[in-house]
Design a binder for this molecule. Structure first.
Ligand code: PEP
Length: 244
């Protein structure tokens, strides 16, 4: 089995100076055989963090990219620009972008195609709202999101992030995660055939040092996408330490 993957999503937090301090608290403290670790600072911190990560085992990710390679898109950042900085991964379709920037599945898919073309590994997020889960519609919603957001033959990373668990301080239960992971794998196989086996599925939503060991031992959980706890070096390292 391949190593589990722990991705830190720093969201819109910190200055370059704060980022340097956080990275200094991570670099050199990870054993060579640790889980695969990727940190995703805001765009403004990518260049300085890239320099700091040279020679470390930590990968660098971004939190979004535009679907076009270049052009008249004021304020946007393209996948080739990220690759140029040494970025290897990019989070796409996070619920905060789907909701706050009205991103559609189709846009997420176009961004994923652009990212792959630029040599980046997309981490595509899917997840249902509390209302959808309460109405037992979550599997339908997740199936549609996979169908609409993942390019054909996708072999990157899928992050299951129930929206109601993000930043909530309370993760989904082990039973909910296990059932949904099994559903997602079955759905990937149904939609993509054999290629669906290669997709790593992460769980995200209030993962912390305390719940990481149990969440990361659930079958099909190939790792975690971590928001709040990734801003604290000790907490993030504990989560990494719980991964296999
Ligand atoms: C996220 O936003 O991707 C996330 C998982 O956040 P948190 O860990 O803070 O719930």
């Amino acid at each position: 089995m391949s190593r589990q993957m722990i991705v830190g999503n720093w969201k819109m937090n910190g200055t370059c100076q704060a980022a340097q301090a956080l990275v200094a608290g991570l670099v050199g403290r990870l054993p060579q055989d640790s889980a695969e670790v990727v940190i995703c600072p805001p765009f403004t911190q990518l260049a300085s963090v890239a320099d700091q990560l040279v020679g470390s085992f930590i990968g660098l990710g971004a939190q979004d990219c535009h679907q076009a390679a270049s052009g008249a898109y004021t304020g946007d950042i393209s996948a080739p620009m990220l690759a140029d900085l040494g970025v290897s991964h990019v989070i796409l379709g996070h619920s905060e972008r789907r909701q706050g920037h009205a991103e559609l599945d189709e846009t997420v898919r176009e961004k994923a195609v652009a990212a792959i073309h630029a040599g980046l590994t997309p981490i595509i997020c899917v997840g249902e709202t509390a209302e959808q889960r309460d109405a037992n519609q979550h599997e339908d919603v997740l199936g549609w999101q996979i169908e609409g957001s993942l390019p054909a033959g996708f072999s990157g990373v899928l992050a299951y992030e129930p929206i109601w668990a993000i930043g909530a301080g309370r993760a989904a239960t082990e039973e909910q995660i296990a059932q949904t992971m099994a559903f997602l794998r079955a759905e990937l196989l149904r939609q993509f055939g054999e290629a669906g086996k290669a997709v790593k599925i992460l769980y995200g939503g209030s993962v912390n040092a305390g719940n990481a060991p149990s969440i990361l031992s659930i079958p099909e959980v190939a790792g975690a996408l971590v928001g709040g706890a990734s801003l604290d070096a000790d907490a993030f390292l504990s989560i990494v330490g719980a991964a296999s």
